[in-house]
Design a protein around this ligand. Structure first.
Ligand SMILES: *Cc1c(COP(=O)(O)O)cnc(C)c1O
Length: 360
């Protein structure tokens, strides 16, 4: 079976974890601080705050900006559910704006239509590793005095206009094992604002800077030094992983070019795509996925249901019609693109898809 995702962990990660375990300091400690510094430098941000998941990074980003009950946050309906849930956790209301049909990212024109006096923030997702249209989004935010929180959970190292994602507004990254780099579970908030970084660090530790003095309501959302040690090694390997993902994507696109029934991923001008997923669009998506499964090729549907149509959102009264997102849920199919693939794996994937369309 060629898996849809596979974390690449080696001796260096094992040694780094062993070192932390031997030190006896296994909760949040010096490794977390070292990882924060390295990650903020990598992203091009002044500050970073490590947490225990990408979901926590989004949640804390919203809380640190004071978003809560009575506020509206405009986001994408075509994402992992954590994006919108993080808004619900704060008491604010997620407002969905439809996506672009080629990048699958939130459409700036649709954002504009959703702005009300209650709108406090825009939360774009850099889906599959392709940056959202940050030029247009930052312009809207500036005109309407809105906060920008970037869901960069799939886009470590992606960039647009020469700037890395997570450095336009407040960034949230995930280090879940299937992501472009991992810490097992883990997440990171990035920001240029000192006050936001300080608040985030308080919220992750029960609202305290000084032990047993609690200035605000917080949570326990801390990262461990064990996770941070893995993260430091993985961050050092990230550019290599990304280059392999990009090369794999090129090989797939070159091989699939002649098949007119599928739309390969696009890369917008001025954008660096880090290919968290290599996602095609195909009308016969379900048949193709079943055929590839028979050929022992793993695929994924990211995502089969638009967030506004999920039972939990239906229950809350969401009745939006977001046709571009809804159509995408029926047609997208992610193919393996991760750095553990061999040349033969890539050839097998291309040949299997050609075989499927030859018999159609
Ligand atoms: C993975 C992911 C998250 C959540 O990250 P966790 O670390 O799993 O909590 C949020 N948004 C997107 C787009 C993701 O892909």
């Amino acid at each position: 079976m060629i898996p849809i995702a596979k974390p690449l962990l080696g001796k260096e990660e094992i040694n780094a974890v062993t070192e932390v375990l031997s030190s006896g300091m296994i909760a949040q400690g010096p490794k977390v601080e070292e990882f924060e510094l390295a990650f903020s430098e990598y992203t091009g941000c002044e500050y970073a705050a490590a947490v225990n998941s990408g979901t926590a990074a989004l949640h804390i980003a919203l809380l640190a900006h004071g978003i809560g009950k009575g506020d509206e946050v405009i986001t994408s309906p075509f994402s992992f559910i954590a994006t919108a849930n993080s808004i619900l956790y704060t008491g604010a209301k997620p407002v969905f704006a439809d996506i672009e049909s080629d990048t699958y990212n939130i459409d700036p024109e649709r954002i504009q239509e959703k702005i009300t006096p209650k709108t406090r923030a825009i939360l774009p997702v850099h889906l599959y590793g392709h940056p959202a249209d940050m030029k247009a989004i930052m312009e809207i935010a500036e005109d309407d005095k809105l906060i920008v929180i970037e869901d960069a959970c799939q886009s470590h190292g992606a960039a647009c206009l020469g700037k890395r994602v997570g450095s336009f507004g407040t960034g949230a990254f995930s280090f879940y094992p299937t992501k472009n780099m991992t810490t097992s579970e883990g997440g990171m908030l990035t920001t240029d604002e000192k006050e936001i970084a300080e608040k985030a660090k308080m919220i992750r530790a029960h609202g305290s800077k000084v032990r047993y003095l609690h200035e605000m309501l917080g949570f326990n959302l801390r990262m461990t030094d064990i996770a941070a040690a893995i993260g430091l090694v993985q961050l050092g390997k990230l550019d290599g992983f990304t280059a392999t993902r990009q090369k794999n994507a090129e090989t797939l696109s070159a091989g699939l070019k002649i098949i007119t029934e599928i739309a390969p991923p696009v890369i917008r001008a001025d954008c660096t795509h880090v290919f968290h997923q290599y996602t095609i669009r195909a009308e016969k998506r379900d048949q193709l996925a079943a055929f590839l499964k028979e050929k022992e090729i793993g695929t994924g549907i990211h995502y089969p249901i638009s967030i506004h149509k999920q039972p939990v959102y239906r229950e809350l009264g969401y009745k939006d019609s977001l046709p571009v997102s809804e159509k995408a849920t029926e047609e997208v199919l992610s193919l393996p693109v991760h750095p553990a693939l061999s040349r033969t794996d890539l050839q097998e994937i291309v040949e299997a898809i050609k075989e499927f369309y030859a018999k159609e």
